[in-house]
Design a protein around this ligand. Structure first.
Ligand code: DGL
Length: 279
């Protein structure tokens, strides 16, 4: 922490993690908006997917990933994964630094965007089964109607780089048809992988359905916390660090496409069990 005139700075990076490349959709938005911040991104590719696992297992991953990011000297962690954010919301654990979930900001944005308070949610099985968005929406807007759809096949399609493929369109069509018949006017992309499918989803949902992703919403939450002094801003950005828990050749290719026009650094494969053992 350093002080310049009356402003205090904290040049430590902000950590983010996801099971794979999905959280890069959040990272991209942060990089575009918070120019003086540095970021460390962890893709837990060795244990992907999270969305089909039980809350107890996802909670273990959540703790280990946060523990690992703490060893990277981060000043805050963004859980850039809805499945892990779901578990975080239900967890009693206190962490020594601010830890942000992506669900509450997405829920608030959807409520503000919807004219008829009829909101759809697409998510992984873990997020949908835990009713994470339903609970967060009803906390703020008890009268809102929420329709959910688990879409377990979408994460592997994105990890495979099939964002623009007839097979992906077909799968999206199959998942979206029931939820589009309910009268929703707003649809939450409740998994950080899904913004990669925004175009394909728009093609099927039509332009009148508002698509909500958490990336923009989390930027607003961070700005609020910088203003209130809960977080101190960085003075100057250091190069982005991208880490994965498995050596994943496909990751770099898909990541480069998702992050465009930002350039991505070489991936570093890390062993997070070393950090986890010391907890
Ligand atoms: N991107 C993650 C999410 O937002 C989960 C993907 C997975 O199932 O691993 O839920």
């Amino acid at each position: 922490v350093s002080t310049n005139h009356s402003i205090s700075y904290d040049n430590r990076p902000i950590g983010l993690f996801d099971s794979g490349i999905g959280g890069l959709t959040v990272l991209k938005s942060l990089l575009g908006s918070l120019k003086h911040e540095s970021f460390v991104y962890l893709g837990d590719t060795a244990r992907l997917p999270y969305g089909s696992k039980s809350p107890a297992t996802i909670e273990r991953y959540l703790r280990q990933n946060i523990q690992f990011l703490l060893t990277q000297n981060v000043k805050a962690v963004i859980v850039a994964c809805n499945s892990a954010s779901t578990v975080l919301l239900d967890s009693q654990t206190n962490f020594p630094i601010p830890v942000y979930n992506v669900i509450e900001p997405g829920a608030a944005t959807a409520i503000a965007a919807s004219s008829n308070q009829s909101i759809g949610v697409l998510g992984t099985t873990a997020t949908i089964n835990a009713m994470a968005y339903v609970k967060s929406i009803h906390k703020l807007a008890p009268m809102a109607t929420v329709y959910q759809q688990a879409c377990p096949l979408l994460v592997p399609l994105v990890e495979e780089g099939w964002e623009d493929d007839p097979l992906t369109n077909l799968v999206i069509y199959r998942y979206l048809t029931p939820i589009l018949n309910t009268g929703i006017d707003t649809l939450i992309l409740g998994c950080t992988h899904y913004p990669a499918l925004r175009e394909a989803i728009t093609k099927i949902a039509g332009p009148e359905i508002k698509l909500i992703d958490s990336a923009e919403a989390i930027v607003q939450v961070l700005r609020r916390d910088f203003e209130s002094g809960l977080l101190l801003p960085g003075a100057q950005a250091s190069p982005l660090q991208l880490m994965t828990t498995d050596v994943s050749p496909a990751f770099s290719k898909v990541a480069a496409r998702l992050m465009f026009p930002h350039l991505i650094p070489a991936l570093l494969a890390v062993d997070i069990s070393v950090a986890a053992i010391s907890t």
